[in-house]
Design a protein around this ligand. Structure first.
Ligand SMILES: Cc1ncc(COP(=O)(O)O)c(C=O)c1O
Length: 462
């Protein structure tokens, strides 16, 4: 069997496996762990396996906005556990709630409990589309469930997604676009490329991939195949691994909303990264477009495994045991994760966390742009609230296609490596992304900007 990753996956991954970072004896403990890990795990890492070649830094602990690795090296953390820890690592309110519920009530009943009712009621109060909710454990599970419900409700097979967005590891979603230069065909279609070996043939037949912010292509696609489209899945603000932060054009989400309504398809917002980060009611409230279904996870619980699918009773009610779409899960609604979510929402309730992290986002973006300008670097900070990305281009990038055409991928690996050596933790990605938490402060941001400035000053002098 050929296990070579498909070409599109290689083009995505390779810039991440940067060889610009050269480890030293200060990393002896990580190096030793790597020798053990590589024998028992693929790439020597569980979960997110992308790291600086030749081996990862193993993280020993996290607190607030900071990480310490196995050798005691300290980092300001902008990876943020892949985005969830909006309050910072080890937030006292959340930890106390988790410890309290575990000690007093145990961890898992796999049976109805009062806390899961309270969480569903809370979501109904704060999220526009959340008349009902079901809880699973991860974003991937929720998006998979969302598609099952969409297909059951519409009796159709096609799924529309946008290039560069990650919606989890299930077969349905692991497709991207193959051509970064050419336009789509007259029906708005690109040829989808699978991003994993081992997919069955079905999903390739039922996926349509569009480029973000291209409403004309979406209209063309619906004109051609609207009666087969079960759902569009879209990040209301794109934070994909290859794109960084890309905001929707005015009217883009409303245009998708109108297309779905006109053709009897469902609009699904993937709010796994935008939810509980861009506002208590999600990006849907902030951008004033209400989807049929929405997926939440990550910042919902500040780092505990829980995700929610929210929507109207007519759709969520289609899931078992009430409806015909099968849903089950030993850990669904476990009191520990639900308690973490309730405590996180309580902390976010008065809006002060959002004000703090968004002010820091603006400070970081402004500082980065000033550094790029003063050092003559062709780059710009792309910021939405508390998420900031560096697009190495002289123009605004509005889609995955834009990033592939206009972002210079050579800049990120060197900058990443330099920041890493100076104690700033990011993940190697085509576009560098910073996720800010309530535990960051102005000193963290200013130190980061100063390091970026110093890097480009050195590059200019080199
Ligand atoms: C937008 C988005 N959707 C879905 C997922 C999948 O979530 P999980 O990793 O919890 O399965 C992710 C994960 O990064 C994500 O960023």
């Amino acid at each position: 069997m050929d296990n070579t990753p498909p070409a599109s996956l290689r083009t995505w991954m390779l810039p991440m496996l940067s060889d610009a970072y050269h480890p030293t004896s200060a990393n002896a403990a990580s190096a030793a762990l790597w020798q053990r890990a590589r024998r028992v795990a693929p790439m020597g890492a569980q979960g997110d396996g992308k790291y600086y070649a030749p081996y990862p830094h193993f993280i020993a602990r996290a607190g607030g906005a900071h990480l310490w690795d196995a050798d005691g090296n300290h980092f300001i953390d902008y990876w943020n556990g892949a985005g969830p820890c909006v309050l910072g690592h080890g937030d006292a309110t959340v930890c106390d709630a988790v410890a309290g519920v575990s000690a007093a009530r145990g961890q898992l009943f796999s049976a109805p409990n009062d806390l899961e009712v309270e969480l569903a009621e809370t979501l109904r109060r704060i999220i526009p589309c959340a008349e009902m909710s079901v809880f699973l454990n991860a974003g991937s599970d929720i998006l998979c469930m969302a598609m099952r419900v969409a297909r059951a409700a519409t009796g159709r097979d096609l799924l529309v997604k946008f290039a560069g967005s990650y919606h989890g590891w299930h077969d349905d979603f692991l497709f991207n676009i193959s051509s970064y230069d050419g336009p789509p065909d007259e029906h708005g279609r690109y040829a989808p490329i699978a991003e994993s070996a081992g997919l069955p043939p079905g999903p390739a037949q039922s996926i349509r991939v569009l480029d973000y912010n291209d409403l004309d292509a979406a209209r063309a696609l619906f004109a051609a195949e609207g009666d087969r489209i079960a759902a569009i899945v879209v990040e209301p603000v794109m934070h994909g691994p290859a794109t960084g932060c890309i905001a929707p054009h005015p009217g883009f989400l409303a245009g998708l909303r109108a297309l779905c309504a006109a053709h009897g398809s469902l609009l699904i917002f993937d709010e796994i990264l935008t939810g509980f980060r861009h506002g208590l009611g999600g990006a849907q409230e902030r951008l004033d477009v209400t989807p049929d279904l929405a997926a939440f996870g990550k910042a919902l619980s500040n780092g505990y495994p829980i995700a929610a699918l929210c929507g109207p009773a007519r759709l969520i009610g289609q899931m078992s045991p009430a409806g015909r779409s099968f849903l089950s899960g030993t850990y669904n609604g476990n009191v520990v994760s639900v308690a973490a979510a309730l405590a996180t929402i309580a902390r976010l309730q008065d809006g002060s966390v959002f004000r703090h992290i968004e002010a820091l986002g603006a400070r970081l973006a402004g500082g980065l742009d000033a550094a790029f300008q003063s050092r003559g670097v062709t780059a710009r900070a792309s910021c939405f609230g508390s998420m900031v990305a560096i697009h190495c281009s002289d123009r605004r990038l509005d889609s995955f296609g834009d990033v592939m055409r206009h972002h210079d991928p050579a800049v990120s690996p060197k900058l990443m490596a330099q920041l890493f050596e100076q104690g700033v933790y990011l993940k190697p990605r085509r576009v560098l992304r910073f996720a800010i938490s309530a535990a960051h402060d102005e000193d963290d941001i200013d130190r980061t900007v100063a390091l970026v400035d110093r890097h480009f000053a050195a590059e200019a002098g080199a």
